[in-house]
Ligand binder design. Structure first.
Ligand SMILES: Cc1cc2nc3c(=O)[nH]c(=O)nc-3n(C[C@H](O)[C@H](O)[C@H](O)COP(=O)(O)OP(=O)(O)OC[C@H]3O[C@@H](n4cnc5c(N)ncnc54)[C@H](O)[C@@H]3O)c2cc1C
Ligand SMILES: Cc1cc2nc3c(=O)[nH]c(=O)nc-3n(C[C@H](O)[C@H](O)[C@H](O)COP(=O)(O)O)c2cc1C
Ligand code: SF4
Length: 618
């Protein structure tokens, strides 16, 4: 298609690193420079084609000539590695961000997305001509800048798929009704781009929108062959829509790996042009399987490169070392973009901060790290990389609390993180001492890092004598067919519920406030709560437990007395408290740094980032 040096491509992922001007900056350039070396091609973050069509305020643009210089620098920097660069052009239609001042909203319909967003204007002929102009100008600019190809977005619930999708397109003119009519406008856009630029055009599609009434794979096979007839050089098969099925769009860990690969296989049968496979391709085994069992032409690897910029280099044997695994959790990447801070990564504290270097220590010292949870392991590794000598103390199990996180059925992908750290400790030659570190053990060091984590707190409730915490998820504790009352409805309470439901346990979950799973990543929260509701979980918010007497739990809800009867098991997940008994004892004798949950209760990303930042700033 494009004469790439290999068949690995980085797909478009919004970064949110611009300053609001839409221009490229050093952060963008460094992010891609660190990742492109072993790739055939990079598709940078989608560019907005009009300022009023941004998905996030900090998106990069290709809407005007003031962007050309920055885009040219970006393209040149990627070209230096021998990789090609593909400009992804998209019009969000009704999915432009309503929170951005100046944005406007047009679509094939005048109905908003059922999950929120602005009410769009149903497009008339003038609007269509304007959209075609915007795409055409962006394509001409992409060619001028030096991009090697264009990727045009026909999927993911954005404007062109708002025409293609029977669920969205409710028009009665020649752009709606039957399949031919619904494909008319998207093909007009394609034809106009092909006429105005010589760059090859790749089409990105959703192989299935994964919603009843939406676009299906057979329809997309037919549409893809039309795209081929209209001159596209490859089809990039993703799934889902930003409006209705974000877990599919973002390939969240809660959805099964491999469905998009099956869609791509089916669609390829209708074509004579290459197909790009994408979706949770984040282990070497995935790549091997794709090569062995699927008719892959090109493989797109997104978040695995966010997590480990050398993922493909390591696969190709060009870079040594263990792969820092992407967990498909979406916590740091999607979470970071949504928060407005820009893309980050749960496992990789350097993601988006590649301009900061880990400088060697000016005066290398001898450090003890106490606690081998995520924070302690990250601190030990970064200390070693800075040239210090390090011993790591762990009294129970490396990985700490995070060993419990993959025990719920939908979070199995999280199990890859702790083994990575264990391997890395070994590779770095860090001594791990399995013991409960006390002050006498630590006197021989120049400084100590305390990463002793946190402990669950239980409220004082009369009769609360026997109860579990998240340790109920361990195989040896997992109950079956019981009535379980979970006190506390944050991340851990919700996770425990989703872990117990498959064993036929009946769950009641209570919370003092409202908003169950408030501290959860957005997609995990939505899907967990949906599953719990479908399985008959009783949710009781604004509920204060007053007393427990045998199998009866007495509570108060909005001033009313209520009871939960026939409860077999109580689980308490009412929060965590920092566990840091050593700081007081050591702080007058040596430098002491406290990190992770021991310093401030947070999540896995907070623990890793806190460790990394503390050490690089020592
Ligand atoms: C069920 C569950 C699900 C979760 N899911 C997620 C999730 O999906 N996403 C997310 O971001 N976060 C999640 N978390 C939270 C995340 O696991 C924690 O925030 C993070 O692991 C805290 O890391 P830490 O290293 O600070 O502390 P800890 O993991 O508590 O580690 C502290 C370590 O120190 C050791 N230690 C203590 N004292 C000593 C001593 N004196 N000597 C030697 N060793 C000592 C302990 O044995 C322990 O191993 C989840 C937590 C649970 C329990
Ligand atoms: C934070 C984030 C932002 C994304 N933004 C876009 C986007 O704007 N347009 C698009 O077509 N795909 C977008 N994607 C989807 C990716 O291109 C890719 O299809 C998806 O991440 C699955 O591939 P992976 O499992 O290799 O990451 C985004 C993904 C993430 C995680
Ligand atoms: S935040 Fe999670 S899903 Fe996103 S790149 Fe990092 S590990 Fe992968």
């Amino acid at each position: 298609m494009l004469n790439l040096k290999n068949n690995f491509i980085m797909p478009p992922i919004k970064l949110g690193y611009s300053d609001g001007s839409g221009k490229v900056n050093e952060r963008h350039i460094t992010f891609y420079r660190c990742r492109c070396r072993y790739l055939g091609a990079v598709i940078p973050e989608p560019f907005y084609i009009d300022k009023g069509l941004r998905e996030i305020p900090t998106q990069m643009g290709i809407d005007s000539d003031d962007k050309v210089e920055g885009l040219h620098a970006l393209v040149s920097s990627i070209h230096e590695s021998g990789s090609r660069v593909i400009a992804h052009l998209n019009h969000p239609g009704r999915m432009a961000n309503p929170a951005i001042e100046g944005n406007y909203f047009i679509s094939s319909t005048d109905r908003p997305c059922e999950n929120g967003g602005a009410t769009p204007k149903s497009m008339d002929a003038r609007d269509m001509a304007q959209v075609i102009d915007l795409f055409r100008n962006a394509a001409i600019r992409a060619e001028k800048v030096g991009f090697d190809a264009i990727e045009l977005q026909f999927g993911h619930g954005y404007l062109l798929s708002q025409f293609l999708s029977p669920l969205v397109n409710d028009r009665t003119d020649e752009y709606g009704g039957d399949f031919e009519n619904m494909t008319r406008f998207p093909l007009e856009v394609l034809d106009s781009i092909r006429k105005s630029s010589d760059l090859p055009v790749i089409a990105r599609i959703s192989g299935d929108e994964m919603i009843p009434g939406g676009i299906t794979t057979p329809e997309m096979s037919v549409f893809s062959s039309l795209l081929e007839k209209h001159g596209v050089c490859a089809i990039h098969v993703s799934a889902g829509t930003v409006c209705s099925t974000p877990p599919w769009y973002f390939q969240h860990m809660f959805i099964p790996k491999g469905k998009t690969w099956e869609m791509a296989t089916t669609i390829k049968k209708a074509l004579h042009i290459p197909v790009i496979f994408v979706g949770q391709i984040n282990t070497f085994e995935d790549i091997e399987r794709l090569h062995a069992e699927f008719p892959t032409d090109y493989i797109a690897v997104g978040r695995a490169l966010v997590a480990d910029p050398d993922f493909i280099g390591k696969y190709l044997g060009e870079v040594p070392g263990a792969v820092l695994p992407c967990l498909a959790c979406a916590e740091g990447c999607l979470g970071g973009v949504k928060s407005g801070k820009g893309l980050s990564c749960l496992v990789n504290p350097r993601a988006g901060k590649e301009t900061e270097l880990v400088e060697p220590a000016k005066t290398p010292g001898r450090y003890a790290v106490v606690g081998g949870g995520l924070a302690g392991m990250e601190a030990a590794i970064t200390l070693k990389q800075k040239g210090h000598e390090v011993d790591l103390y762990e009294k129970e199990e490396l990985g700490g609390q995070f060993n419990l996180a993959p025990l719920t059925p939908n979070k199995k992908s999280l199990h890859r993180l702790v083994p990575y750290f264990v391997q890395k400790l070994k590779d770095e030659g860090i001594t791990v001492l399995f013991k409960d570190a006390a002050p006498p053990d630590l006197m021989k060091y120049d400084a100590v890092i305390l990463a002793t984590g946190s402990k669950p707190v239980a409220p004082e409730i009369p009769g609360l004598d026997t109860y579990f915490w998240a340790d109920i998820l361990r195989e040896e504790n997992l109950p079956e067919n019981k009535n379980v009352l979970i006190i506390g409805g944050g991340l851990i309470g919700v996770d425990i519920a989703t872990g117990l439901i498959p064993r036929n346990n009946r769950i009641t979950i209570v919370k003092r406030t409202t908003d169950f799973g408030e501290d959860m990543e957005m997609i995990a929260k939505k899907l967990s709560l949906k599953m719990m509701k479908e399985k008959g979980t009783v949710f009781s918010d604004h509920t204060h437990i007053r007393k427990i007497d045998g199998k009866t739990v007495y509570a108060e809800r909005d001033g009313e007395n209520i009871q939960f009867e026939d409860i077999d098991i109580i689980v308490v997940s009412t929060g965590m408290k920092s566990f840091n008994p050593l700081e007081e004892k050591l702080k007058d004798t040596m430098p002491v740094h406290v990190i992770g949950d021991a310093r401030k209760i947070g999540n896995a990303q907070d623990a890793i980032r806190d460790a990394y930042e503390t050490v690089i700033n020592l």
